[in-house]
Ligand binder design. Sequence first.
Ligand SMILES: Cc1cc2nc3c(=O)[nH]c(=O)nc-3n(C[C@H](O)[C@H](O)[C@H](O)COP(=O)(O)OP(=O)(O)OC[C@H]3O[C@@H](n4cnc5c(N)ncnc54)[C@H](O)[C@@H]3O)c2cc1C
Length: 312
Amino acid sequence: MEHIRCLIIGSGPAGYTAAIYAGRANLNPVVYEGIQPGGQLTTTTEVENFPGYPEGITGPELMDDLRKQAERFGADIRSAIAIKTDLSKRPYTVTFDNGDEVTADTLIIATGATAKYLGLEDEKKYAGMGVSACATCDGFFYRKKVVAVVGGGDTACEEATYLAGLASKVYLIVRKPYLRASKIMQERVLNNPKIEVLFEHNTVGLFGENGVEGAHLVKRLGEADETRYDIAIDGFFLAIGHKPNSDIFKPWIQTDEVGYIQTEGATPRTGVPGVFAAGDVADPHYRQAITAAGSGCKAAIEAERYLTENNL
Ligand SMILES: Cc1cc2nc3c(=O)[nH]c(=O)nc-3n(C[C@H](O)[C@H](O)[C@H](O)COP(=O)(O)OP(=O)(O)OC[C@H]3O[C@@H](n4cnc5c(N)ncnc54)[C@H](O)[C@@H]3O)c2cc1C
């Protein structure tokens, strides 16, 4: 069985950044890229908030640069998906869908989190053309425009409030007759004159010529007084949660109730020595490329220290 000193699972900003640092520290990192080489940013066009690119850069170009930078320092980047782990004892064993089975002294988990969508065909049709699951990432493109946010929890209220600082109007589309968010977040939303909360509403479709121009809504779906109507919007933001890609680590690693890997304070250390988590898979709060890259850097520094301390 092949033995690896520093194994990195995931090839988003967290994984590639960990690989750059681990490569420069002579740890001979091996990266398994998974089903989405380059991670979530490969699905977007303009990235305007990653430091170092004053004119912005497309997501695929940014990830290609990060990959090349990791390769320059010797990262061995492979394409396979991790399907099973045994983290009960060191060296840790990971099995991949191409038949690879490797052992590792240190493991950096950088598998990201996937945004949840309603499941409408139109969400795919207008992906990158008015549909977004990240207000921090895309809100700026909707200054003085009208947007809708879907969801009734804390994240939805946070995103609606953030967008209200940019857009001219924000609809908050809530399935239930109430908000699930904390009292303080509810108040912030309900007292914001730019936000109109549409309780007991479902979105059943989107429309528009070259991008989102509106949404088809149903009020009190399935009830006797069910009403269907359209609203005009320029952007449609999903805020109904994310699924962290942590299932294969759960037997060994502590996660929260949603599945985000729990780390020690602000460090990337998990409860298993030598196993670190970086990026969105361990971050329910920020989920940005730069924060993912930052935590990938921390994870690689931790891996180097762990190997040194344990003479590995
Ligand atoms: C459409 C869109 C636009 C965005 N725009 C911006 C923006 O403008 N600015 C910004 O800062 N952020 C933006 N984000 C958020 C940003 O993309 C994420 O915060 C960031 O990519 C998280 O990085 P990560 O490395 O943690 O994980 P990800 O980028 O999610 O990468 C996860 C990696 O893990 C791999 N993986 C998963 N499971 C396995 C497995 N079992 N085995 C092997 N590999 C696996 C995947 O293949 C992937 O390579 C955007 C996100 C989306 C979806």
